[in-house]
Design a protein around this ligand. Structure first.
Ligand code: SF4
Length: 240
């Protein structure tokens, strides 16, 4: 039995926490046996959230697709990647030829932003598809952020990062970093960092529309901000 430690960054959100992943090899069978926050990562300082702990469940899931499968009648048969790509290209082109370009819709989830292949090639592919039916969690997540960056800085990905470790006053408009884990701000371990603002005599305040997010302005951020958003009955002294 051979145990090996790997140091990696979590690719599930923009907080990019450092991970320590232990793999164990037994008789040629390699398994992930532990995923922990990397205490030596100077950025995330050992922080990890439940999503990253569950990565091993995805990796080891016996139902995980590890190669393309083709449905033939009621059966699923493994096929080579080359054949799968050719079939997909042929079918997509056929659908668009018969029903128009918008007959094909695309959905991209958050992890696709953390995959080199998709980052570098998906826009070319989408450009070739020329469909206006593109769906993504972005539209209910951070699209206003991209639009603001586009209008102010000329590119949707020029996202300003708040200097949370040095600010004395942090005002958060329309967001809840305790729910998003500091994603998009690239602030791992955001709860401790918000508390640190208060510990050095500063303030953190959050404001959001009541109908969209059940907080207005809390005088007891950051702890109450989480409680407000989870809908518990703990009063948070909102000041509308
Ligand atoms: S906060 Fe984001 S980067 Fe950090 S462990 Fe969770 S999903 Fe991964």
């Amino acid at each position: 039995m051979t145990k090996t430690l790997h140091h990696r960054a979590c690719h599930l959100c923009e907080a990019i926490c450092g991970l320590t992943i232990e793999t164990t090899e037994v008789d040629g069978d390699l398994r992930i046996t532990s995923i922990k926050g990397d205490a030596q990562d100077t950025f995330s300082r050992g922080h990890i959230c439940p999503k990253a702990v569950a990565l091993q469940d995805i990796q080891n899931d016996p139902d995980r697709l590890r190669q393309p499968m083709l449905r033939v009648g009621s059966e699923w048969q493994p096929v080579e990647w080359e054949d799968a790509f050719n079939l997909v290209a042929e079918r997509l082109a056929g659908i668009q030829a018969r029903h128009g370009q918008n007959a094909v819709a695309v959905y991209q989830g958050n992890p696709s932003v953390h995959n080199y292949g998709l980052m570098t090639h998906s826009n070319y592919f989408l450009g070739l598809l020329k469909t206006r039916n593109r769906f993504s969690a972005t539209s209910v997540d951070q699209l206003p952020h991209h639009l603001t960056s586009h209008l102010m800085y000329g590119h949707g990905l020029l996202l300003p990062i708040p200097d949370i470790d040095h600010t004395d006053f942090m005002l958060i408009l329309g967001g809840n970093p305790l729910a998003s884990n500091g994603s998009i701000m690239t602030v791992p371990d955001v709860e401790k960092r918000l508390k640190a603002i208060q510990a050095r005599g500063g303030k953190a305040r959050a404001a959001a529309k009541r109908r969209r997010w059940p907080i207005s302005i809390c005088s007891c951020v950051p702890v109450a901000m989480r409680r407000c958003c989870s809908g518990c009955s703990t009063p948070c002294s909102p000041k509308a």
